[in-house]
Unconditional design. Structure first.
Ligand code: G1P
Length: 299
């Protein structure tokens, strides 16, 4: 049972990033020169996904344009002696088949996934949140691949989770479960709560934006009423699914950057820029000077 399809919800309004997101989808925010959503798509492709459905909404046309050819731009680049850049621009999104569907109303993440039912059919499928970058430690497999490896063994829905400080639990879906006797990082889930207050949170394990589902999640979504924020919550549907069949959580080591959060976006940008050979050395020296309170060299 190989997972071939993935759904990437990218329909949220991005209000925490206004005014930047007034005319630009938050998923297109760049980390140096690559949009967040391109990182997500590359993770899916590197994990063996062949087919992706991106759930967009009004004002998100930049996403489709980004993964399409742009002959004028390529022509201009080739004529300016930048053939290599022209190739790179053309190759974006070539590794997977991409489809789009629009969510007409902001009814939440659960509703966005529900829209994928017809496209996905009766197969297991992955979900990658379009505003989350997963950064596994060097040498480890891409985040989604780690979940898919596990899915191929246990054949049950799985969600990646990570530990968060107690004061952050209200930002996430929080899970509660029983550890597997052979692998303490694997939990069989008993209960999931979307955005609980710290006293209500059953643990400090937060849903990290990567999931693999059996198609039964669609039936669970169909009977999920509106939850927190008046939205149809994927977490609530998973709660129902966990009653009907086993659902697991994997507490993984990968770092996760929640790009919907301004501070995490800034951290991700700086960290990735520091790692790159074209920007890293000077940026490191610059930050060191700033932190030492030293004078800015005049250029
Ligand atoms: C969504 C999910 C939540 C999950 C989070 C991860 O919330 O509903 O369970 O923990 O993504 O980023 P959102 O960030 O859309 O509010």
């Amino acid at each position: 049972m190989q997972v071939r399809k993935a759904v990437i919800p990218a329909a949220g309004m991005g209000t925490r990033f206004l005014p930047a997101t007034k005319s630009m989808p938050k998923e297109m925010l760049p980390i140096v020169d690559k949009p967040v959503l391109q990182f997500v798509l590359e993770e899916a492709a590197e994990s063996g996904i062949e087919d992706v459905l991106i759930v967009t909404g009004r004002g998100k046309q930049a996403i489709e344009n980004h993964f399409d050819y742009n002959p004028d731009l390529e022509y201009f680049l080739r004529n300016s002696g930048k053939a290599e850049l022209a190739e790179r621009v053309r190759d974006i999104g070539e590794t997977v088949r991409i489809h789009y569907i629009r969510q007409k109303e902001q009814l939440g993440l659960g509703d966005a996934i529900r829209l994928a039912r017809q496209h996905v059919g009766q197969e297991p499928f992955a979900v990658l949140l379009g505003d989350t970058i997963i950064d596994p430690p060097p040498g480890q497999k891409p985040g989604l691949r780690q979940l898919l490896d596990l899915f191929e063994q246990i054949r049950a829905s799985i969600v990646a989770v990570h530990r968060v400080p107690r004061e952050w639990v209200a930002r996430y879906g929080i899970v509660e479960g029983d550890p597997d006797p052979f692998d303490p990082n694997l939990l069989r889930l008993r209960r999931l709560v979307e955005k609980p207050s710290p006293p209500e949170a059953p643990s400090d394990l937060a849903i990290a934006g990567r999931y693999v589902f059996t198609p039964e999640i669609f039936d669970a979504l169909d009977c999920t009423p509106r939850g927190v924020g008046g939205e149809i919550q994927l977490t609530d549907a998973m709660n129902q699914l966990a009653v009907d069949e086993p659902v697991f959580a994997l507490a993984w080591q990968a770092r996760r950057f929640d790009i919907g959060n301004r501070l995490e976006y800034a951290k991700c940008f700086v960290e990735f820029a520091l790692r790159r050979s074209d920007t890293g050395p000077e940026l490191r020296a610059h930050i060191a000077r700033l932190l030492a309170g030293g004078p800015e060299p005049l250029l």
